[in-house]
Design a protein around this ligand. Structure first.
Ligand SMILES: Cc1cc2nc3c(=O)[nH]c(=O)nc-3n(C[C@H](O)[C@H](O)[C@H](O)COP(=O)(O)OP(=O)(O)OC[C@H]3O[C@@H](n4cnc5c(N)ncnc54)[C@H](O)[C@@H]3O)c2cc1C
Length: 250
């Protein structure tokens, strides 16, 4: 049975990138390890632990939050600057045992198709900072998801979230604690522009246009057909938009 042959714990970003760039060995970044240790799709030869790289700060630059990629979901939930809707989506994302270890960077890199938190980041127009040996670039999260190889040897070092305005979400699930069949998050910026994002209507979290919901082609499963998911998306999008127009009323 395949197993990990070596564990590295570099203390600088350059050293981590150098380890990950080696062509003779398949090494991958290790963050909280909840997917890599628990549910790996493929076992790497070596892992490069990111925990000594000082990537777990949350800072504020004007109206934007910079969340270090190694920030745990628990610290994100607990932080005073985290917008309430994103805090609630992170709480829904996984139980506290997982939240204590799972990181924001790992969540973005894994791109779980049903992650409500990622839909929240899309609604907030979040960007992902990718750092490579050649330098850093900021990529809109929706472009990150559209790209088949967004990292290309790089590491996610932070996520930038413009935190002005307000956001709410609505979801339909089989039980209150179950993963939603469809979840819609809306963000209304201070300038009055509305952005909606959803899970359960495409192969991953996506930005949706309320006028084009009939064009969505959700992958059906045992929890709901494509038509049912489209119907839910329309109902939830209308509710979210209505609540935001009333100032985010519950
Ligand atoms: C029991 C269980 C329940 C879960 N429930 C949910 C759920 O309900 N919703 C949900 O969305 N997810 C869920 N997950 C998935 C998982 O918890 C999240 O996706 C998590 O946030 C992954 O973060 P991590 O730090 O543990 O990543 P890791 O396991 O350390 O890494 C995951 C992947 O991301 C890569 N990676 C990590 N950090 C970086 C980085 N900074 N730059 C580049 N690549 C990186 C790794 O190489 C690896 O391929 C669940 C997992 C488990 C085990």
């Amino acid at each position: 049975m395949a197993s990990i042959r070596a564990y590295h714990r570099p203390t600088t970003l350059d050293a981590a990138l150098e380890l990950l760039a080696r062509e003779e060995v398949r090494s991958v970044p290790l963050a909280g390890g909840t997917v890599l240790n628990g549910l790996p799709t493929e076992i790497p030869e070596e892992v490069v632990d990111l925990q000594a790289l000082h990537l777990s700060d949350i800072s504020r630059d004007g109206a934007a939050l910079d969340v270090g990629s190694m920030t745990t979901l628990r610290d994100f939930v607990d932080h005073e600057w985290t917008p309430p809707a994103l805090r609630d989506l992170a709480l829904r994302q996984a139980p506290n045992t997982i939240r204590n270890a799972a990181t924001i960077g790992g969540t973005v890199a894994t791109a779980d198709p049903e992650s409500g938190l990622l839909a929240g980041f899309l609604a907030y127009s979040a960007t992902v900072r990718i750092t490579r040996a050649s330098g850093s670039e900021d990529v809109a999260l929706h472009d990150f998801f559209d790209d088949h190889n967004p990292l290309d040897g790089g590491l996610i070092t932070s996520i930038r979230i413009p935190i002005g305005g307000q956001a709410v979400f609505e979801a339909t699930a089989r039980t209150p604690a179950d993963t939603p069949i469809v979840l819609v998050v809306g963000h209304l910026s201070d300038a009055g522009s509305l952005r909606l994002a959803a899970t359960g209507v495409a192969s991953g979290p996506v930005i949706i246009d309320p006028g084009l919901i009939d064009d969505l082609e959700p992958p059906p499963d045992f929890r709901g057909s494509a038509a049912y998911r489209r119907h839910l998306a329309g109902v939830l999008a209308a509710r979210v938009s209505g609540r935001l127009q009333q100032g985010g009323a519950p």
